[in-house]
Design a protein around this ligand. Structure first.
Ligand SMILES: Nc1nc2c(ncn2[C@@H]2O[C@H](COP(=O)(O)OP(=O)(O)O)[C@@H](O)[C@H]2O)c(=O)[nH]1
Ligand SMILES: [Mg+2]
Length: 358
């Protein structure tokens, strides 16, 4: 399962966010336990909910990702050898950025943009140290022996070095897929997809446009593998404790229509390059997680290796079409059901039925 690390400066609201995620949307291992550091978080999906409503299977299974709470400041973690290793194993980062006045520090004003720059620079410096060491080594090695593999690595790392020296994170470097493969093993921190989570004060809770606006001001728009979202940690934490009947009224009192957490989780999922397809069986309606660009054959393998081995065809229908048709038979009658082969690239929101032998 893919892991998103909740990172940021001390007192930014990381643990608060982690608690909200695992309490309100958690499933399985470690969910809602105060001492847990890793939690499985369900990805809310209205399409799946509607499928379940229509077909009423005994069980509905959402897609999920793991979130990890990290202690203290990411700046300290990035500087410490052992701790930075834990950061390197994450698939993406969700940086909580304090945008509420800090009560503990005598109501010190928030400096979100500066915090983002400080953390960004730290990740860049951490990667630069790794790159410089390796480049030095490689330059010696390619002199001793001719090796196209090492020369390629040196060339890519030099390009990375130039990018980092300009204080540009690697996620924004124009690396080819081949280049990325060459450097994958280094698990660079500034290469990881980044979700900025603007943590608003209660007074600003209703400003759902803030993320948009802030992203513009901070120059974070249109950046590769970067997304921005806003929440009010304290409001969401209270919300997570409430029964559904009380939640609507509570939200309204803050001028909010819905919890911002679902949006945050979906943003994280997209940022990881993940999409969902659905299966509908007798006993379960389920969302499966695949990377964008996954073939029908690989998707079948996600469900069961037998399905992959005995793959014949995939029956595919867009979830909206199936919901409009009301049944597979009707979707077929309207010619909305397609038969696809093993190389078909499964799209987000498709309901897939694998025909297989054995
Ligand atoms: N006013 C306000 N305080 C918050 C919010 N989110 C977190 N806090 C407070 O900020 C402090 C630090 O939060 P915590 O989640 O422990 O931060 P961490 O150090 O990043 O894990 C706690 O006292 C929280 O109650 C928020 O949205 N608004
Ligand atoms: Mg904490």
């Amino acid at each position: 399962m893919l892991r998103i690390g909740i990172v940021g400066l001390a007192q930014a609201g990381k643990s608060t966010l982690f608690q909200i995620l695992t309490r309100a949307h958690g499933s399985g291992r470690g969910a809602g336990r105060a001492e847990a550091q890793v939690g499985v978080v369900r990805v809310p999906d209205a399409r799946l909910d509607r499928l379940a409503e229509m077909f009423r299977p005994p069980k509905t299974t959402h897609a999920s990702v793991e979130y990890v709470d990290t202690p203290g400041s990411i700046i300290d973690l990035a500087r410490s050898g052992i701790q930075s290793q834990a950061l390197r194993e994450l698939n993406a980062l969700a940086q909580v950025v304090r945008a509420f006045p800090d009560e503990a520090a005598a109501a010190s004003a928030a400096t979100p943009q500066r915090d983002i720059e400080d953390v960004g620079l730290e990740l860049i410096l951490s990667d630069l140290a790794v790159v410089e060491k390796r480049v030095e080594r490689l330059e010696k090695d390619v002199k001793k022996q001719k090796s196209p593999v090492l020369e390629k690595e040196l060339q890519v790392l030099k390009a990375c070095k130039a990018t980092l020296e300009k204080q540009i994170p690697l996620r924004e470097a124009a690396l080819s897929l081949e280049d990325e493969r060459v450097i994958r093993g280094f698990t660079f921190l500034s290469l990881k997809p980044m979700l900025y989570v603007l943590n608003l004060g209660e007074k600003d809770a209703a400003r759902t446009d803030t993320a948009e606006q802030f992203a513009g001001e901070a120059g974070l728009k249109q950046r590769p593998r970067t997304a921005v979202t806003a929440i009010c940690g304290r409001v969401e934490a209270e919300l997570a404790e409430l029964a559904e009947s009380e939640a609507a009224e509570f939200l309204q009192s803050y001028g909010l229509r819905e919890s911002a957490i679902a949006r945050l989780i979906r943003a994280g999922y997209r940022l990881l390059g993940l999409i969902s397809f659905f299966t509908l069986g007798e006993d379960e309606c389920r969302a499966w997680t695949i990377r964008a660009g996954t073939s029908a054959l690989e998707a079948a393998g996600e469900i069961h290796t037998d399905m992959q081995r005995g793959f014949i065809r995939a029956e595919v229908v867009r979830v909206e079409d199936l919901l409009a048709a009301g049944s597979f038979a009707e979707a077929r009658a309207r010619a909305w059901l397609r038969l696809e082969g093993k190389d078909y690239i499964v799209q987000d929101g498709e309901v897939v039925h694998i025909r297989h032998s054995g």
